[in-house]
Write a new protein. Sequence first.
Length: 147
Amino acid sequence: MKDAMSGLQKSFFIKARDFVHAGEASIRVQQLLKTMQFDPQLIRRIAVCSYEGEMNVVMHGGDGNLYVDLDRDVLNLEISDDGPGIPNIELAMRPGYSTASDEQREMGFGAGMGLPNMKKNADGIAIESLPGKGTRVRMRFFLNAGG
């Protein structure tokens, strides 16, 4: 069934500061992959990355999008926003580093594991960000065990 879906592309809008609908794009991606009968462990890894990225947009970015591009052997996941950007990507990649507000921490967010979790679960990750220009995180997941 997976081969029939080669070339599938989906886009989901993410609204900044919309905690009521936060996570919905990630749930829709997860549901889509389940209907396509992907390996549950692969779905979990993609779901972790899409959720972490989506929450980063909701918490820190401006409005953004989550894109899924499925090719025969690779699923590409891109999350972008028009927010303030990440001033220091290397620092942001450190486990525990967070710029979450006190209010966001009170809601249970801001542990500083978003980008590290994305790096851990993706087969490849690239982050582009400029202050005042937004952020784009691109991740890839190999669909075959051999990569």
